[in-house]
Design a protein around this ligand. Sequence first.
Ligand code: TYD
Length: 137
Amino acid sequence: MTLERCKIIDLPKISDPRGNLTFIEGQRHVPFDIRRVYYLYDVPGGSERGGHAHKALHQLIVAMSGSFDVVLDDGRGKRRFHLNRSYYGLYVCPMIWRELDNFSSGSVCMVLASNLYDESDYYRDYGEFQRALRTAQ
Ligand code: TYD
């Protein structure tokens, strides 16, 4: 099942009384080369977003500040992950429908992605996503 490939990655954490440090290296801590970074910020508390899937993109989602939930759906099952620590990342493989909700106010969601922005890599319609899954079987 595709959903089983998605998991929380425990990132390295250098604890220091001056402030902790975490780092992420492509192909070492995440199973892809990092080609793009984007982040959501100034998110109003309780808001939702991100109802889409990607055909080929691999991503790692990190709560840099605050907290939010990520709901992943591979067409067969759903799983909800609560992210609230900047040393945990949620790895999302291709062909997973994802939605983000339950944002705490002032939270920051950083995403590391395996490729540049490409609108043709998106499924924005859930029915189209389901049809693509059936065709691939
Ligand atoms: P989108 O991925 O659709 O986010 P959501 O599903 O949460 O609304 O992105 C929102 C808009 O930002 C969309 O018009 C495309 C644009 N965008 C870029 O131009 N580059 C990027 O790297 C990303 C992630 C989005």
